[in-house]
Design a protein around this ligand. Structure first.
Ligand code: NAD
Length: 290
């Protein structure tokens, strides 16, 4: 490899691995999952990955029912059940209605993936209260409301050993910006920093009930939320300066991490954050010795 890496060369030579569609080993067989914001991007990929691993999946969306239905159809093709559920995770009444519907349809919920998230970027001195509040409402309060509803259901049901060692699993989709400050995105970074400490505190409190709570923190993943960071060669080259592994991540790579955290394969893991980021949190500025 050249000492000054040719980013285009590297990105084309090392694409993300391609995995078979339907997993042969159904790690999540019999489990019922709810994925928020699942009609696009990472949520879509997580919902499909859970379905391919054998879980029945509720696909939450806030707008665009057709895209959510398309995700559900993909899950059904692998033999699992799937339903679509409209709801704004930032609104308590929507979250309560969403859980009631999923429990009515599936009988219970075993896995919650708190994925829904938004960005409303502005230089700090121009950041409005509305931009601050909406991002906190969706990214942090949304995860609180959904986690609380899930914990209530997990505690009500308890452990069903035929389904899982745990009474329930919560996976918070956070971000490398729960640890890396992000100028121009103060509301977003604050929301994800909040998720990090909320996740750990819930994990500590509910562990005795055999409920596991963890985060997956993606780096740069190719989705609609960050199109401008990868859709031109110049932007992509700049992005790769922040990624020691020298490629962008793909949404299904977060899906595979979520399947593992939802499964009994990770039964002793709670209160932890799994960074899926190609090394973005490794201080890439020091890549060549600092
Ligand atoms: P995305 O825009 O494709 O997905 C976000 C989803 O959340 C959309 O489906 C959207 O409709 C949904 N949503 C927005 N507001 C909602 C609400 N109030 N209620 C319910 N759903 C709502 O972007 P993405 O990249 O797939 O983002 C998914 C998650 O991953 C977010 O939490 C984001 O912060 C996080 N993340 C993404 C990246 C990345 O590089 N793409 C990196 C780090 C973290």
């Amino acid at each position: 490899m050249p000492s000054t890496p040719d980013h285009k060369f590297i990105s084309e030579t090392f694409p993300a691995p391609v995995m078979p569609a339907c997993s042969i080993i159904k790690l999540l067989k019999g489990q019922k999952a709810l994925v928020t914001g699942a009609s696009s991007g990472i949520g879509r990929a997580v919902a499909i990955a859970l379905g391919h691993a054998g879980a029945d999946v509720a696909v939450n969306f806030v707008s665009g029912p057709d895209a959510a239905e398309e995700v559900a159809a993909e899950i059904r093709r692998c033999g699992a059940q799937a339903i679509t559920v409209r709801g704004d995770v930032g609104k308590e009444e929507d979250v309560e209605a969403m859980f009631a519907r999923v429990i009515a349809e599936f009988g219970t919920v075993d896995v919650l993936v708190n994925n829904a998230g938004i960005q409303k970027d502005a230089p700090f001195h121009e950041l409005t209260l509305a931009q601050w509040q909406r991002v906190i409402d969706v990214n942090l309060t949304g995860q609180f409301l959904c986690s609380r509803a899930a914990v209530r259901e997990f505690r009500r049901r308890g452990v069903n050993k035929e389904i899982s060692c745990a009474a329930g699993k919560i996976i918070c989709v956070s971000s490398v910006h729960d640890i890396i400050p992000w100028a121009g995105h103060v509301n977003y970074a604050a929301s994800k920093g909040g998720v990090a400490m909320m996740m750990k505190s819930i994990a500590q409190e509910v562990a005795p009930f055999r409920i596991r709570v963890n985060s997956v923190s993606p780096g740069a993943i190719r989705t609609p939320i960050n199109t401008e960071a990868w859709n031109t060669p110049g932007a992509y080259a700049d992005l790769l300066k922040l990624i020691p592994y020298k490629r962008i991540g793909e949404a299904n790579e977060i899906g595979r991490a979520a399947v593992w955290l939802a499964s009994d394969e990770s039964d002793y893991i709670t209160g932890t954050t799994l960074y899926v980021d190609g090394g973005m949190t490794l201080y890439p500025g020091f890549e060549t010795g600092g």
